[in-house]
Ligand binder design. Sequence first.
Ligand SMILES: O=C(O)CCC(=O)C(=O)O
Ligand SMILES: [Fe+2]
Length: 530
Amino acid sequence: MRESSASANGSFTSAMTLIEKGLTYVPKRYVLPPSLRPDGTLCNTCLPIVDLSNRQHPLLRSQIIQDVHLACKKFGFFQVVNHGIPLSVMDNAIDAASEFFDLPTQDKRHLLSSNVCDPVRYGTSLNHVKDKVHFWRDFLKHYANPTSTWIDLWPSNPKCYKKKMVNYTMAAQKLQEELMEVIFESLGLNTNYLHEDIAEGSQVMAVNCYPACPEPDLTLGLPPHTDYGMISIILQNHQGLQIMGRDEKWHSVPLIEGALAVLLGDHMEVLTNGIYKSVVHRATVNSEKKRISIVSLHSLALGKKVRPASALVNEQNILSYKEGGFSDFLDFISGEDIVEANIGGVFRNSDGHWILGYCMHIPNTTITEAELKDPDYAYMHMNLHPLQVEIDAQEVITLLSSSKAKYANILSDCRSVLRQLHDPVVTHIYREQHKAADSVAKYGANKALTAMTLFDSPPLFAESMVEADRLGITFCRRTTFCNLPTDSLTSEACSSSNPTMPCPVLPRASLLIILVIANQGRQMHLNFYN
Ligand SMILES: O=C(O)CCC(=O)C(=O)O
Ligand SMILES: [Fe+2]
Protein backbone atom coordinates (compact mmCIF):
# COMPACT_ATOMS: atom_id res chain seq x y z
CA MET A 1 0.00 0.00 0.00
CA ARG A 2 1.29 3.40 -0.77
CA GLU A 3 1.58 6.06 1.86
CA SER A 4 -0.71 8.98 1.28
CA SER A 5 -1.84 12.05 3.15
CA ALA A 6 -5.45 11.01 2.58
CA SER A 7 -6.79 7.52 2.88
CA ALA A 8 -10.11 6.16 1.75
CA ASN A 9 -11.54 6.58 5.26
CA GLY A 10 -10.89 10.29 5.11
CA SER A 11 -7.79 10.80 7.27
CA PHE A 12 -5.79 13.70 5.94
CA THR A 13 -2.45 15.14 7.01
CA SER A 14 -1.55 18.61 5.88
CA ALA A 15 2.03 19.88 5.90
CA MET A 16 0.90 22.35 8.59
CA THR A 17 -0.24 19.49 10.83
CA LEU A 18 3.18 17.85 10.58
CA ILE A 19 4.80 21.01 11.83
CA GLU A 20 2.28 21.48 14.60
CA LYS A 21 3.21 17.96 15.74
CA GLY A 22 6.77 19.22 16.11
CA LEU A 23 8.29 16.84 13.57
CA THR A 24 12.07 17.16 13.39
CA TYR A 25 12.49 15.27 10.11
CA VAL A 26 10.53 15.02 6.89
CA PRO A 27 8.55 11.79 6.52
CA LYS A 28 9.78 9.40 3.88
CA ARG A 29 7.05 10.21 1.38
CA TYR A 30 8.41 13.77 1.06
CA VAL A 31 12.01 12.73 0.45
CA LEU A 32 12.95 13.26 -3.19
CA PRO A 33 15.61 11.26 -5.02
CA PRO A 34 18.96 13.15 -4.79
CA SER A 35 18.89 14.31 -8.41
CA LEU A 36 15.58 16.12 -7.86
CA ARG A 37 16.45 17.85 -4.60
CA PRO A 38 17.28 21.54 -4.58
CA ASP A 39 21.07 21.29 -4.69
CA GLY A 40 21.86 24.89 -3.77
CA THR A 41 23.84 25.61 -6.95
CA LEU A 42 22.06 28.70 -8.13
CA CYS A 43 22.86 31.28 -10.76
CA ASN A 44 23.43 34.83 -9.73
CA THR A 45 22.05 36.37 -12.89
CA CYS A 46 20.01 39.49 -12.22
CA LEU A 47 16.45 38.67 -13.09
CA PRO A 48 14.54 41.40 -14.94
CA ILE A 49 12.57 44.03 -13.05
CA VAL A 50 10.15 46.20 -14.99
CA ASP A 51 9.10 49.54 -13.54
CA LEU A 52 5.54 50.16 -14.68
CA SER A 53 5.21 53.75 -13.38
CA ASN A 54 5.35 55.28 -16.84
CA ARG A 55 3.13 52.81 -18.63
CA GLN A 56 0.62 55.49 -19.68
CA HIS A 57 3.30 58.01 -20.63
CA PRO A 58 3.22 58.63 -24.42
CA LEU A 59 7.02 58.73 -24.73
CA LEU A 60 8.28 56.56 -21.91
CA ARG A 61 5.99 53.58 -22.52
CA SER A 62 8.20 52.31 -25.34
CA GLN A 63 11.03 51.61 -22.87
CA ILE A 64 8.68 49.42 -20.83
CA ILE A 65 7.60 47.57 -23.96
CA GLN A 66 11.22 46.92 -24.84
CA ASP A 67 12.08 45.72 -21.30
CA VAL A 68 9.10 43.38 -21.31
CA HIS A 69 10.04 42.02 -24.73
CA LEU A 70 13.59 41.20 -23.62
CA ALA A 71 12.44 39.65 -20.34
CA CYS A 72 9.81 37.50 -22.06
CA LYS A 73 12.26 36.34 -24.72
CA LYS A 74 15.08 35.60 -22.34
CA PHE A 75 13.28 34.24 -19.27
CA GLY A 76 9.52 34.12 -19.79
CA PHE A 77 9.59 35.94 -16.48
CA PHE A 78 9.96 39.39 -14.90
CA GLN A 79 9.08 41.18 -11.69
CA VAL A 80 6.99 44.37 -11.78
CA VAL A 81 7.26 47.33 -9.45
CA ASN A 82 5.07 50.45 -9.32
CA HIS A 83 2.24 48.38 -10.72
CA GLY A 84 -0.49 50.30 -8.89
CA ILE A 85 -1.58 47.71 -6.30
CA PRO A 86 -1.18 49.29 -2.86
CA LEU A 87 1.12 47.52 -0.41
CA SER A 88 -1.68 47.37 2.14
CA VAL A 89 -3.88 45.38 -0.28
CA MET A 90 -1.07 42.89 -0.83
CA ASP A 91 -0.25 42.61 2.89
CA ASN A 92 -3.92 42.06 3.72
CA ALA A 93 -4.17 39.26 1.17
CA ILE A 94 -1.11 37.54 2.68
CA ASP A 95 -2.61 37.93 6.18
CA ALA A 96 -5.92 36.47 5.10
CA ALA A 97 -4.15 33.49 3.51
CA SER A 98 -1.94 32.96 6.53
CA GLU A 99 -4.91 33.03 8.91
CA PHE A 100 -6.72 30.48 6.78
CA PHE A 101 -3.85 27.98 6.95
CA ASP A 102 -3.45 28.57 10.70
CA LEU A 103 -7.01 27.33 11.31
CA PRO A 104 -7.32 23.85 12.80
CA THR A 105 -7.77 21.14 10.15
CA GLN A 106 -11.38 20.50 11.15
CA ASP A 107 -12.26 24.07 10.13
CA LYS A 108 -10.82 23.56 6.63
CA ARG A 109 -11.79 19.96 6.08
CA HIS A 110 -15.13 20.78 4.39
CA LEU A 111 -13.15 22.37 1.54
CA LEU A 112 -10.94 19.32 1.08
CA SER A 113 -11.20 18.04 -2.48
CA SER A 114 -9.12 16.14 -4.98
CA ASN A 115 -11.51 17.01 -7.81
CA VAL A 116 -9.61 19.54 -9.91
CA CYS A 117 -12.88 20.89 -11.34
CA ASP A 118 -14.21 22.09 -7.98
CA PRO A 119 -14.29 25.89 -7.91
CA VAL A 120 -12.94 25.96 -4.35
CA ARG A 121 -10.65 23.31 -2.94
CA TYR A 122 -8.22 22.82 -0.13
CA GLY A 123 -5.49 20.20 -0.17
CA THR A 124 -1.87 19.37 0.28
CA SER A 125 0.98 18.51 -2.11
CA LEU A 126 -0.40 18.41 -5.69
CA ASN A 127 -3.25 15.97 -5.27
CA HIS A 128 -3.36 14.42 -1.82
CA VAL A 129 -5.28 11.38 -3.03
CA LYS A 130 -3.14 10.46 -6.03
CA ASP A 131 0.38 11.59 -5.10
CA LYS A 132 2.99 9.00 -4.26
CA VAL A 133 5.74 11.53 -3.74
CA HIS A 134 4.53 14.46 -1.69
CA PHE A 135 5.45 18.10 -1.81
CA TRP A 136 5.74 20.30 1.25
CA ARG A 137 2.78 22.52 0.50
CA ASP A 138 -0.81 23.08 1.58
CA PHE A 139 -3.04 24.99 -0.79
CA LEU A 140 -6.39 26.64 -1.22
CA LYS A 141 -7.53 27.20 -4.78
CA HIS A 142 -10.56 29.16 -5.83
CA TYR A 143 -11.93 30.91 -8.85
CA ALA A 144 -12.05 34.69 -8.66
CA ASN A 145 -13.14 36.45 -11.87
CA PRO A 146 -15.86 37.63 -12.01
CA THR A 147 -16.03 38.25 -8.28
CA SER A 148 -19.82 38.16 -8.06
CA THR A 149 -19.96 34.60 -9.44
CA TRP A 150 -17.48 33.07 -7.05
CA ILE A 151 -17.08 35.05 -3.84
CA ASP A 152 -19.93 33.33 -2.00
CA LEU A 153 -18.07 30.04 -2.36
CA TRP A 154 -14.82 31.31 -0.79
CA PRO A 155 -14.01 30.38 2.80
CA SER A 156 -16.09 32.27 5.33
CA ASN A 157 -13.58 31.37 8.01
CA PRO A 158 -11.46 33.34 8.87
CA LYS A 159 -14.05 36.10 8.79
CA CYS A 160 -11.70 38.58 7.14
CA TYR A 161 -10.83 36.24 4.25
CA LYS A 162 -13.32 37.39 1.62
CA LYS A 163 -12.96 41.08 2.41
CA LYS A 164 -9.20 41.09 2.37
CA MET A 165 -8.72 38.71 -0.55
CA VAL A 166 -11.25 40.30 -2.89
CA ASN A 167 -9.42 43.61 -2.98
CA TYR A 168 -6.32 41.80 -4.11
CA THR A 169 -7.99 39.48 -6.65
CA MET A 170 -9.74 42.40 -8.36
CA ALA A 171 -6.54 44.43 -8.46
CA ALA A 172 -4.60 41.45 -9.86
CA GLN A 173 -7.22 40.92 -12.59
CA LYS A 174 -6.92 44.59 -13.60
CA LEU A 175 -3.13 44.42 -13.58
CA GLN A 176 -3.28 41.29 -15.72
CA GLU A 177 -5.34 43.11 -18.34
CA GLU A 178 -2.76 45.90 -18.46
CA LEU A 179 0.13 43.45 -18.62
CA MET A 180 -1.47 41.59 -21.49
CA GLU A 181 -1.70 44.84 -23.43
CA VAL A 182 1.98 45.51 -22.76
CA ILE A 183 2.95 41.97 -23.77
CA PHE A 184 0.87 42.14 -26.96
CA GLU A 185 2.45 45.46 -27.84
CA SER A 186 5.88 43.92 -27.29
CA LEU A 187 4.95 41.35 -29.96
CA GLY A 188 3.74 43.97 -32.41
CA LEU A 189 0.10 42.93 -31.89
CA ASN A 190 -2.74 45.36 -31.36
CA THR A 191 -3.08 46.21 -27.63
CA ASN A 192 -6.77 45.38 -27.98
CA TYR A 193 -6.09 41.87 -29.19
CA LEU A 194 -8.52 39.42 -27.48
CA HIS A 195 -9.53 42.30 -25.25
CA GLU A 196 -12.96 40.98 -24.23
CA ASP A 197 -11.81 37.38 -23.86
CA ILE A 198 -9.09 38.54 -21.51
CA ALA A 199 -11.40 40.72 -19.42
CA GLU A 200 -13.87 37.84 -19.16
CA GLY A 201 -11.14 35.28 -18.71
CA SER A 202 -10.70 32.76 -15.94
CA GLN A 203 -8.75 33.75 -12.84
CA VAL A 204 -7.79 30.97 -10.45
CA MET A 205 -6.17 31.93 -7.16
CA ALA A 206 -3.67 29.34 -5.96
CA VAL A 207 -3.02 30.30 -2.37
CA ASN A 208 0.00 28.30 -1.21
CA CYS A 209 1.38 27.73 2.25
CA TYR A 210 4.82 26.16 2.72
CA PRO A 211 5.35 25.61 6.45
CA ALA A 212 8.90 25.81 7.81
CA CYS A 213 10.47 22.48 6.97
CA PRO A 214 12.89 20.59 9.25
CA GLU A 215 14.92 19.22 6.30
CA PRO A 216 14.44 21.69 3.41
CA ASP A 217 17.25 20.16 1.35
CA LEU A 218 15.42 16.86 0.95
CA THR A 219 12.18 18.07 -0.51
CA LEU A 220 10.42 20.79 -2.50
CA GLY A 221 7.27 22.84 -2.01
CA LEU A 222 6.38 22.38 -5.67
CA PRO A 223 8.22 20.40 -8.34
CA PRO A 224 9.43 22.00 -11.58
CA HIS A 225 6.45 22.84 -13.74
CA THR A 226 5.03 25.48 -16.02
CA ASP A 227 1.67 27.13 -15.42
CA TYR A 228 -1.05 26.36 -17.94
CA GLY A 229 -2.48 29.84 -18.54
CA MET A 230 -1.45 33.07 -20.25
CA ILE A 231 0.28 34.68 -17.31
CA SER A 232 0.54 34.09 -13.57
CA ILE A 233 1.09 36.91 -11.11
CA ILE A 234 2.78 35.83 -7.88
CA LEU A 235 2.74 37.64 -4.57
CA GLN A 236 5.08 36.13 -1.97
CA ASN A 237 6.03 37.02 1.61
CA HIS A 238 9.38 35.19 1.64
CA GLN A 239 11.88 34.04 -0.92
CA GLY A 240 11.43 30.50 -2.28
CA LEU A 241 10.35 30.76 -5.92
CA GLN A 242 12.97 29.63 -8.43
CA ILE A 243 12.82 29.84 -12.21
CA MET A 244 14.80 27.86 -14.73
CA GLY A 245 16.74 29.96 -17.20
CA ARG A 246 17.17 28.99 -20.85
CA ASP A 247 20.62 27.79 -19.68
CA GLU A 248 18.72 25.10 -17.70
CA LYS A 249 20.06 26.53 -14.43
CA TRP A 250 17.94 27.54 -11.46
CA HIS A 251 17.66 31.21 -10.50
CA SER A 252 16.19 32.33 -7.19
CA VAL A 253 13.60 35.07 -7.48
CA PRO A 254 14.61 37.76 -4.99
CA LEU A 255 12.06 39.14 -2.57
CA ILE A 256 11.55 42.82 -3.40
CA GLU A 257 9.11 44.72 -1.24
CA GLY A 258 6.01 45.61 -3.21
CA ALA A 259 7.08 43.68 -6.32
CA LEU A 260 5.01 41.01 -8.06
CA ALA A 261 6.45 38.21 -10.16
CA VAL A 262 4.98 37.68 -13.64
CA LEU A 263 5.39 34.25 -15.25
CA LEU A 264 4.44 33.34 -18.80
CA GLY A 265 2.33 30.20 -19.04
CA ASP A 266 1.74 27.57 -21.72
CA HIS A 267 -1.16 29.37 -23.34
CA MET A 268 1.08 32.38 -23.92
CA GLU A 269 3.58 30.08 -25.60
CA VAL A 270 0.80 28.81 -27.88
CA LEU A 271 -0.59 32.29 -28.59
CA THR A 272 2.85 33.63 -29.54
CA ASN A 273 3.53 30.53 -31.66
CA GLY A 274 6.61 29.89 -29.52
CA ILE A 275 8.14 33.37 -29.76
CA TYR A 276 7.75 33.58 -25.98
CA LYS A 277 8.11 30.37 -23.99
CA SER A 278 6.46 29.45 -20.71
CA VAL A 279 8.87 29.44 -17.78
CA VAL A 280 9.73 26.33 -15.77
CA HIS A 281 9.63 27.11 -12.07
CA ARG A 282 9.55 25.42 -8.68
CA ALA A 283 9.06 26.34 -5.03
CA THR A 284 11.72 25.57 -2.45
CA VAL A 285 11.11 25.50 1.30
CA ASN A 286 13.09 26.80 4.25
CA SER A 287 13.64 25.76 7.84
CA GLU A 288 12.76 29.08 9.47
CA LYS A 289 9.53 30.56 8.27
CA LYS A 290 6.16 29.63 6.90
CA ARG A 291 6.07 30.98 3.35
CA ILE A 292 2.87 32.14 1.67
CA SER A 293 2.52 32.71 -2.05
CA ILE A 294 -0.63 33.86 -3.79
CA VAL A 295 -0.68 32.98 -7.46
CA SER A 296 -3.23 34.61 -9.73
CA LEU A 297 -3.50 32.28 -12.74
CA HIS A 298 -5.05 33.86 -15.81
CA SER A 299 -6.35 32.09 -18.88
CA LEU A 300 -9.22 32.49 -21.29
CA ALA A 301 -12.60 31.32 -19.99
CA LEU A 302 -13.18 27.60 -19.50
CA GLY A 303 -14.78 26.90 -22.90
CA LYS A 304 -12.39 29.06 -24.96
CA LYS A 305 -9.37 27.84 -26.91
CA VAL A 306 -6.09 29.63 -27.43
CA ARG A 307 -4.43 29.40 -30.82
CA PRO A 308 -1.35 31.04 -32.32
CA ALA A 309 -2.08 34.65 -33.32
CA SER A 310 -2.21 34.67 -37.12
CA ALA A 311 0.05 37.75 -37.24
CA LEU A 312 2.76 35.64 -35.56
CA VAL A 313 2.62 32.80 -38.04
CA ASN A 314 4.67 33.21 -41.20
CA GLU A 315 7.38 31.53 -43.25
CA GLN A 316 10.05 32.23 -40.67
CA ASN A 317 7.84 31.18 -37.79
CA ILE A 318 5.65 28.40 -39.11
CA LEU A 319 2.55 27.26 -37.26
CA SER A 320 3.92 25.18 -34.39
CA TYR A 321 1.13 24.67 -31.88
CA LYS A 322 -2.32 23.23 -31.81
CA GLU A 323 -5.03 25.12 -30.02
CA GLY A 324 -5.75 24.31 -26.40
CA GLY A 325 -7.56 25.72 -23.42
CA PHE A 326 -8.21 25.65 -19.70
CA SER A 327 -10.71 22.80 -20.06
CA ASP A 328 -8.07 20.64 -21.84
CA PHE A 329 -5.77 21.25 -18.92
CA LEU A 330 -8.45 20.23 -16.40
CA ASP A 331 -9.27 17.11 -18.44
CA PHE A 332 -5.68 16.15 -18.35
CA ILE A 333 -5.05 16.64 -14.67
CA SER A 334 -8.26 14.90 -13.79
CA GLY A 335 -6.63 11.89 -15.41
CA GLU A 336 -8.83 11.64 -18.48
CA ASP A 337 -5.97 11.69 -20.94
CA ILE A 338 -6.98 8.84 -23.17
CA VAL A 339 -4.17 6.76 -24.57
CA GLU A 340 -3.85 3.47 -26.34
CA ALA A 341 -0.86 1.37 -25.43
CA ASN A 342 0.68 -2.01 -26.06
CA ILE A 343 3.05 -3.42 -23.56
CA GLY A 344 5.24 -6.43 -23.84
CA GLY A 345 8.61 -7.94 -23.12
CA VAL A 346 10.58 -11.05 -22.28
CA PHE A 347 12.54 -12.18 -19.24
CA ARG A 348 15.53 -14.33 -20.08
CA ASN A 349 18.08 -15.93 -17.80
CA SER A 350 21.79 -15.20 -17.95
CA ASP A 351 22.21 -17.83 -20.70
CA GLY A 352 19.58 -16.12 -22.78
CA HIS A 353 16.96 -18.82 -22.22
CA TRP A 354 13.31 -17.86 -21.92
CA ILE A 355 11.80 -17.38 -18.44
CA LEU A 356 8.63 -15.47 -19.14
CA GLY A 357 7.06 -13.34 -21.85
CA TYR A 358 4.18 -10.94 -21.32
CA CYS A 359 2.07 -8.65 -23.43
CA MET A 360 -1.14 -6.74 -23.32
CA HIS A 361 -3.13 -4.21 -25.32
CA ILE A 362 -4.55 -1.31 -23.30
CA PRO A 363 -7.29 0.37 -25.32
CA ASN A 364 -8.74 3.74 -24.36
CA THR A 365 -7.03 3.88 -21.07
CA THR A 366 -6.03 6.75 -18.87
CA ILE A 367 -2.45 6.94 -17.73
CA THR A 368 -3.56 6.06 -14.22
CA GLU A 369 -5.41 2.97 -15.37
CA ALA A 370 -2.49 1.98 -17.54
CA GLU A 371 -0.24 2.34 -14.57
CA LEU A 372 -2.35 -0.06 -12.56
CA LYS A 373 -2.11 -2.62 -15.33
CA ASP A 374 1.54 -1.96 -15.75
CA PRO A 375 3.66 -5.07 -15.58
CA ASP A 376 6.21 -3.56 -13.26
CA TYR A 377 4.09 -5.42 -10.72
CA ALA A 378 4.95 -8.57 -12.59
CA TYR A 379 8.59 -7.61 -12.34
CA MET A 380 8.41 -7.02 -8.64
CA HIS A 381 6.46 -10.08 -7.83
CA MET A 382 8.71 -12.29 -9.84
CA ASN A 383 11.55 -11.24 -7.62
CA LEU A 384 14.06 -11.84 -10.36
CA HIS A 385 17.33 -10.25 -9.52
CA PRO A 386 19.95 -9.32 -10.33
CA LEU A 387 18.10 -7.97 -13.33
CA GLN A 388 19.51 -6.32 -16.39
CA VAL A 389 17.07 -4.24 -18.39
CA GLU A 390 17.57 -3.79 -22.10
CA ILE A 391 15.39 -1.33 -23.93
CA ASP A 392 15.37 -0.14 -27.50
CA ALA A 393 14.72 3.56 -26.86
CA GLN A 394 18.06 5.28 -26.37
CA GLU A 395 16.24 8.50 -25.43
CA VAL A 396 14.72 6.85 -22.39
CA ILE A 397 18.16 5.77 -21.20
CA THR A 398 19.55 9.24 -21.74
CA LEU A 399 16.69 10.73 -19.78
CA LEU A 400 17.11 8.24 -16.95
CA SER A 401 20.67 9.32 -16.39
CA SER A 402 19.94 13.03 -16.77
CA SER A 403 18.64 15.39 -14.18
CA LYS A 404 16.39 17.26 -16.57
CA ALA A 405 14.12 19.14 -14.25
CA LYS A 406 11.56 19.36 -16.99
CA TYR A 407 10.89 15.65 -16.73
CA ALA A 408 11.21 15.51 -12.99
CA ASN A 409 7.95 13.71 -12.28
CA ILE A 410 8.21 11.04 -14.88
CA LEU A 411 11.88 10.40 -14.12
CA SER A 412 11.21 10.23 -10.43
CA ASP A 413 8.65 7.49 -11.06
CA CYS A 414 11.01 5.60 -13.31
CA ARG A 415 13.76 5.73 -10.79
CA SER A 416 11.43 4.60 -8.09
CA VAL A 417 10.42 1.55 -10.14
CA LEU A 418 14.06 0.81 -10.84
CA ARG A 419 14.92 1.10 -7.16
CA GLN A 420 12.26 -1.46 -6.35
CA LEU A 421 13.89 -3.68 -8.92
CA HIS A 422 17.19 -3.38 -7.02
CA ASP A 423 18.60 -0.78 -9.42
CA PRO A 424 19.25 -2.98 -12.44
CA VAL A 425 21.60 -1.76 -15.12
CA VAL A 426 19.55 -0.34 -17.99
CA THR A 427 21.21 -0.66 -21.36
CA HIS A 428 20.25 0.07 -24.88
CA ILE A 429 19.64 -2.67 -27.35
CA TYR A 430 18.52 -2.30 -30.93
CA ARG A 431 15.11 -3.73 -31.54
CA GLU A 432 16.65 -6.04 -34.12
CA GLN A 433 18.91 -7.54 -31.45
CA HIS A 434 15.94 -8.41 -29.34
CA LYS A 435 13.54 -9.75 -31.89
CA ALA A 436 11.75 -12.03 -29.46
CA ALA A 437 10.73 -9.21 -27.12
CA ASP A 438 9.84 -7.06 -30.09
CA SER A 439 7.59 -9.72 -31.52
CA VAL A 440 5.90 -10.36 -28.16
CA ALA A 441 5.28 -6.63 -27.73
CA LYS A 442 3.87 -6.45 -31.25
CA TYR A 443 1.61 -9.39 -30.46
CA GLY A 444 0.28 -7.14 -27.67
CA ALA A 445 -1.02 -4.79 -30.35
CA ASN A 446 -3.72 -7.39 -30.97
CA LYS A 447 -6.76 -5.51 -29.78
CA ALA A 448 -8.33 -8.65 -28.32
CA LEU A 449 -5.55 -8.99 -25.73
CA THR A 450 -7.07 -6.77 -23.10
CA ALA A 451 -5.84 -8.93 -20.20
CA MET A 452 -2.19 -9.58 -19.47
CA THR A 453 -1.03 -12.57 -21.52
CA LEU A 454 1.87 -14.51 -20.07
CA PHE A 455 4.00 -16.99 -22.00
CA ASP A 456 5.96 -19.34 -19.77
CA SER A 457 7.58 -20.83 -22.85
CA PRO A 458 8.32 -19.10 -26.15
CA PRO A 459 5.17 -18.80 -28.27
CA LEU A 460 5.45 -20.28 -31.75
CA PHE A 461 5.77 -16.90 -33.45
CA ALA A 462 8.81 -16.02 -31.30
CA GLU A 463 10.54 -19.39 -31.07
CA SER A 464 13.16 -18.95 -33.78
CA MET A 465 13.88 -15.41 -32.63
CA VAL A 466 14.62 -16.48 -29.06
CA GLU A 467 17.37 -18.70 -30.30
CA ALA A 468 18.69 -16.03 -32.65
CA ASP A 469 18.71 -13.45 -29.85
CA ARG A 470 20.43 -15.90 -27.54
CA LEU A 471 23.16 -16.59 -30.05
CA GLY A 472 23.46 -12.90 -30.84
CA ILE A 473 22.43 -13.25 -34.46
CA THR A 474 21.55 -9.68 -35.21
CA PHE A 475 18.82 -8.85 -37.67
CA CYS A 476 19.36 -6.03 -40.13
CA ARG A 477 18.16 -2.64 -39.03
CA ARG A 478 15.18 -1.62 -41.07
CA THR A 479 15.14 1.94 -39.94
CA THR A 480 17.95 4.37 -39.57
CA PHE A 481 16.10 6.81 -37.38
CA CYS A 482 14.68 6.55 -33.95
CA ASN A 483 10.97 5.98 -33.57
CA LEU A 484 10.70 8.66 -30.90
CA PRO A 485 11.15 12.16 -32.27
CA THR A 486 14.31 13.44 -30.62
CA ASP A 487 12.93 16.94 -31.02
CA SER A 488 10.18 16.19 -28.63
CA LEU A 489 12.71 15.48 -25.92
CA THR A 490 15.04 18.33 -26.49
CA SER A 491 13.06 21.16 -27.96
CA GLU A 492 12.44 24.18 -25.80
CA ALA A 493 8.85 24.06 -26.84
CA CYS A 494 8.51 20.75 -25.14
CA SER A 495 9.79 22.01 -21.86
CA SER A 496 6.57 22.05 -19.97
CA SER A 497 5.76 19.81 -17.07
CA ASN A 498 2.25 20.81 -17.50
CA PRO A 499 -0.62 18.73 -18.76
CA THR A 500 -1.34 20.87 -21.77
CA MET A 501 2.23 20.12 -22.83
CA PRO A 502 2.34 16.48 -22.17
CA CYS A 503 5.92 15.29 -21.98
CA PRO A 504 5.80 15.62 -18.32
CA VAL A 505 2.12 15.24 -18.40
CA LEU A 506 2.50 11.65 -17.82
CA PRO A 507 3.39 12.49 -14.30
CA ARG A 508 2.77 9.17 -12.76
CA ALA A 509 3.69 6.95 -15.64
CA SER A 510 6.19 4.34 -14.68
CA LEU A 511 9.16 2.93 -16.49
CA LEU A 512 7.21 0.47 -18.55
CA ILE A 513 4.73 3.06 -19.62
CA ILE A 514 7.52 5.30 -20.80
CA LEU A 515 8.97 2.44 -22.70
CA VAL A 516 5.62 1.68 -24.22
CA ILE A 517 5.13 5.28 -25.13
CA ALA A 518 8.63 5.49 -26.49
CA ASN A 519 8.17 2.30 -28.42
CA GLN A 520 4.90 3.46 -29.84
CA GLY A 521 6.51 6.73 -30.87
CA ARG A 522 3.64 8.45 -29.13
CA GLN A 523 3.61 12.16 -29.69
CA MET A 524 5.04 13.42 -26.43
CA HIS A 525 3.89 16.94 -26.94
CA LEU A 526 0.25 16.75 -27.82
CA ASN A 527 -0.22 20.45 -28.23
CA PHE A 528 2.65 20.60 -30.61
CA TYR A 529 1.44 21.03 -34.15
CA ASN A 530 2.24 18.06 -36.34
O1 LIG B 1 5.02 29.46 -4.43
C1 LIG B 1 5.49 29.89 -5.47
O2 LIG B 1 6.25 30.83 -5.51
C2 LIG B 1 5.14 29.22 -6.77
C3 LIG B 1 3.76 28.64 -6.81
C4 LIG B 1 3.43 28.08 -8.13
O3 LIG B 1 4.26 27.95 -8.98
C5 LIG B 1 2.06 27.65 -8.43
O4 LIG B 1 1.19 27.63 -7.54
O5 LIG B 1 1.82 27.29 -9.61
FE1 LIG C 1 3.37 27.57 -10.91
